[in-house]
Design a protein around this ligand. Structure first.
Ligand code: 16G
Ligand code: MG
Length: 546
């Protein structure tokens, strides 16, 4: 044990912390300019090793800054079943990150004591990275941290974030979830996709064609690996594959969702079915342009609707009594919530922003479909649900319709990466559903019409003055803000608005929706003004959009 610590001391001096630098383990780990992250990576290697001993399981560490610009990087830890790191350990991560160099050992020992960690136990950490130029040396710093505390490591090199989550889950489930290799991932997902596709009626090559914007990130090369298993059942043209353009620059899911326009670097014609991944391929949105050149976005809400409709129909056909729910956040378009509740009659839950909150809420149901409007999401099946599906799929004394539905459900379970939202897996599921239902992207889009909406940002001196409740839908402080929002919302038809401090940027976010784009824009502006006036706005007051 003493020796181990000696090595920590020696190695940590190679990854020194800039004095005074303070960083926070945010919604999705640490994320900032890559130049500030070397010591963070080393320390997250240390922390992951402790977490591995504590849980007696393999832990993952992913080096990525997702949709942030190329100059940034970041890191997040993955817990044993492939979930996000548990909240108490997020606090340890922040403490360890901000401890000055000379206090590092004391901070480590503090965690070891608090969590009663047996340092004699073995530890194993899986490490992955995205395609950023800084990722190679930063992931090496993680590995240095793991080795300094005597942990074993496996370096997966370039993988998508959800692939690393998958590997961790496979390893800790001793292969029950699948084989912990990229090849294992590709073959599990593609086999399930091919089995699903057999249920599609004959499709033309055009109908099988999908245009994918890889955001110039890791999603593109990883999708190529999957594609080689798909036996041309899906014909993919990949744009922004990283061979030329800059990561996330004018492309990728975040750009398309925020700008409401197609990415640059994609040559598409009206009606072509397209999707965009983000920089680490844990997010996906679909879109097309119509013959008049109008852009149509199919975001996480539309994806959740498509998937939950498909699953609900299969449950009815299979005669399975399983409780299905859709989990959304306050950003979900009001039309989607209304459609799901009133027409589809499924349970809808709303949680705070951030994948971990949705994931936990979805675990409470037999089948929990969760998606953020921005395209993060997946489907979770409870153990009972999976067992019932398996049993029915094996049974011989049921009619053809039930059998077909049971097999479809079984393959649906297998095509989904249940550990976390996964652009590649979500894409395969969506493509299979469209093929089976014989549905075009326009028909999918027409299931319901989005309410016009607008998102704005307001800079304030301290965004923490805004505190929210009711899954971020209401502000409890500063005094008077919620009353002001309520008053403004009343002025417009079908209107809704809320504000929340961002978990990833130093701004307050404002969301508004209403029956027309003009009204949504005007409401968003008026609410921004209220935030600026009541929550310590910095600089000039927000100007109207028109
Ligand atoms: C992070 C979250 C995402 C959330 C976003 C909100 C994960 C993996 N990612 O990217 O789910 O929508 O933050 O950002 O949890 P904001 O707090 O700046 O609005
Ligand atoms: Mg991402």
């Amino acid at each position: 044990m003493t020796d181990g610590f000696k090595e920590v001391l020696e190695k940590s001096s190679l990854h020194p912390k800039p004095a005074g630098l303070v960083l926070q383990y945010g919604t999705a780990g640490f994320r900032t300019n890559a130049k500030q992250l070397d010591h963070i990576m080393f320390r997250m290697g240390l922390l992951a090793t402790l977490r591995s001993r504590k849980t007696k399981a393999t832990i993952g560490v992913m080096v990525t800054a997702s949709h942030n610009p190329e100059e940034d990087n970041g890191v997040k830890l993955i817990d044993p079943m492939g979930e996000m790191l548990t909240a108490t350990w997020e606090d340890f991560a922040t403490q360890l990150a901000n401890t000055e160099q000379k206090e590092l050992l004391a901070a480590l020992k503090d965690i070891i004591n608090k969590e009663a960690i047996n340092m004699k136990l073995e530890a194993e950490v899986f490490v992955g990275k995205d395609t950023r130029s800084s990722s190679a040396s930063l992931s090496q710093a993680v590995l240095d941290g793991v080795h300094a505390l005597g942990g074993q490591s496996k370096d997966y090199g370039l993988v998508t974030t959800p692939q690393l989550h998958y590997m961790v889950c496979c390893q800790n489930s001793h292969g029950q979830y699948g084989e912990a290799t990229v090849e294992g991932y590709c073959s599990k997902l593609s086999q399930a996709f091919l089995a699903l596709s057999k249920n599609a009626s004959n499709r033309t090559d055009d109908q099988k064609h999908l245009f994918v914007d890889g955001a110039n990130g890791i999603g593109a090369p990883k999708l190529r690996e999957v594609e080689s298993h798909l036996k041309k059942q899906l014909q993919i043209s990949i744009f922004n594959d990283g061979s030329r353009g800059k990561l996330n620059h004018q492309c990728g899911a975040d750009f398309v969702k925020v700008q409401q326009k197609p990415p640059t670097g994609v040559e598409i014609s009206p009606g072509d079915r397209c999707c965009s991944f983000d920089g680490d391929a844990d997010r996906i949105v679909y879109y097309y342009t119509d013959s008049r050149g109008f852009f149509h976005l199919l975001d996480g809400d539309k994806i959740a609707t498509l998937i939950s409709t498909f699953l609900k129909e299969l449950l009815v056909q299979a005669g399975l009594d399983l409780k299905i729910a859709v989990v959304q956040t306050a950003y979900a378009n009001g039309s989607s919530t209304r459609y799901l509740e009133d027409t589809m009659k499924v349970i809808v839950r709303c949680t705070k922003t951030g994948v971990k909150h949705l994931h936990h809420a979805a675990q409470e149901f037999d089948i929990g479909v969760y998606f953020e409007a921005n395209g993060h999401g997946t489907v979770l099946f409870s153990k009972t649900a999976e067992e019932k599906v398996q049993l029915l799929a094996k049974s011989t004394n049921i009619n053809d319709e039930r059998k077909r539905a049971a097999l479809l459900l079984q393959n649906t379970v297998n095509v989904i990466n249940q550990t976390v939202g996964d652009a590649i897996s979500d894409m395969l599921l969506i493509e299979a559903i469209l093929a089976i239902k014989g549905m075009t992207v326009q028909q999918w889009d027409a299931i319901y019409s989005d309410l016009p909406n607008r998102q704005l940002k307001v800079t304030v001196s301290d965004r923490r003055v805004i505190e929210t409740t009711d899954a971020e839908r209401r502000a409890v402080s500063p005094a008077g803000l919620q009353e002001a929002i309520d008053g403004l919302v009343k002025k417009y038809k079908q209107a809704r608005s809320f504000v929340r401090p961002s978990g990833t940027e130093d701004v307050v976010r404002v969301y508004a929706e209403a029956d027309s784009q003009e009204s949504a824009d005007a409401l968003a502006h008026e609410v921004s003004l209220a935030v600026h006036r009541l929550a310590g706005g910095v600089g000039a007051e927000p100007k109207p959009l028109h």
